[in-house]
Design a protein around this ligand. Structure first.
Ligand code: FDP
Length: 335
């Protein structure tokens, strides 16, 4: 079969949906996908290039950084920083915002990304990924500034992620559905494999790090107990699946339904995951696919980050399980 719908052709074919489009956002997505292809190649060859080890540096989150994290960060900073579309960049790997050549003039957008999500799985042949989200500057007539990242998730103009696993995939949304692509190594192109992905209304899988059970609130513990005991109307109980790479756990939840949860706990009162470049982009994708993403009491997309590295609780998935979670943990089942 001839792969007629490559990522760039697909994106350009959708431009008709946006009469005022300048094509800039389309170019950006194609640049990001090039970064993803380069990182995919790095991940695949990291073992024999000696990139599985540590840099010896500690990042702003107090974690040891890996050589692969650093290399992937440099690829994205170089590629996106020279695109002239982004005024500023935020990377999980850097403490402060990154100024680009376009900060003062034409850069209409800002982007936040996690170059390698699931770093602790590096070297174990377990999927990792890249996550990103793009905002338009709050005021196009001034240079990009830190405040452009302090916008609620509902203002995201595009978000997506890739998974480096048995295949390399690229999933994105610009606010009109979620589309999935697979890297065809024979031609070096992402090819459309799923158009308009929708999460099932109800699933049969829960995904959580159960090692944290005794750090959770009584209500979260009760929810996880309940979901293990009962799957009403089904002969089988819910299955537990936890890869420990957010992109992989999220991607499975999106396709199969159910619930992913990383709630606040005794040791992480603000949550574990990062709001700006993990939870917000994935919440945008989840909502576009018909699912739900909350931090507990509120929708993730209604939260405005106070700082670029803020942490957050993240509970996402199908309507049915999210409503159940809200009822049990927050006494509110309404969606
Ligand atoms: P990692 O630190 O390995 O990069 O937020 C990062 C993340 O992985 C997520 O990908 C993953 O879901 C989570 O942390 C894993 O946390 P636990 O090890 O606490 O379960």
């Amino acid at each position: 079969m001839i792969p007629t719908q490559t990522l760039s052709r697909f994106i350009h074919s959708k431009r008709g949906l946006y009469p005022d489009s300048t094509g800039e956002l389309s170019d950006l997505l194609v640049s990001i996908s090039l970064g993803v292809k380069l990182i995919s190649q790095m991940v695949a060859t990291a073992g024999f290039k000696g990139l599985h080890g540590y840099t010896g540096k500690i990042n702003s989150h107090g974690e040891e950084t890996r050589l692969l994290d650093q290399e992937a960060d440099e690829v994205l900073v170089e590629l996106l920083g020279s695109s002239r579309h982004f005024g500023l960049l935020v990377s999980e790997e850097r403490d402060t915002v990154i100024t680009t050549q376009a900060s003062h003039d034409e850069g209409k957008y800002v982007i936040a990304f996690d170059p390698i999500d699931g770093s602790s799985n590096i070297g174990s042949n377990i999927p990792t990924g890249t996550i990103f989200c793009i905002f338009k500057k709050k005021d196009l007539s001034r240079p990009a500034c830190h405040d452009d990242f302090c916008q609620a998730g509902s203002q995201i103009v595009a978000a997506g992620y890739s998974v480096y696993g048995a295949k390399t995939s690229f999933v994105y949304s610009t606010g009109s559905g979620v589309h999935g692509f697979t890297l065809d190594p024979a031609i070096g192109e992402f090819v459309l494999t799923e158009e308009d992905i929708k999460i099932p209304k109800r699933g049969a899988i829960y995904s959580v790090n159960e090692g944290n059970t005794y750090l959770w609130s009584h209500e979260v513990r009760q929810f996880v107990e309940e979901i293990k005991r009962s799957n009403q109307g089904s002969k089988m109980p819910y299955s537990g699946r936890y890869v420990g790479s957010l992109v992989a756990d999220f991607d499975r939840t999106l396709r199969k339904g159910g619930i992913f949860l990383y709630p606040v706990d005794e040791k992480r009162p603000k949550g574990r995951l990062r709001l700006l470049y993990e939870c917000m982009p994935l919440a945008f994708i989840m909502e576009q696919a018909g699912g739900v993403a909350i931090d507990g009491p509120q929708e993730i997309l209604s939260i405005t980050p106070g700082g670029i590295h803020d942490r957050c609780a993240f509970i996402a998935g199908s309507e049915y399980e999210l409503s159940w979670y809200r009822r049990t943990v927050h006494g509110d089942g309404s969606l």
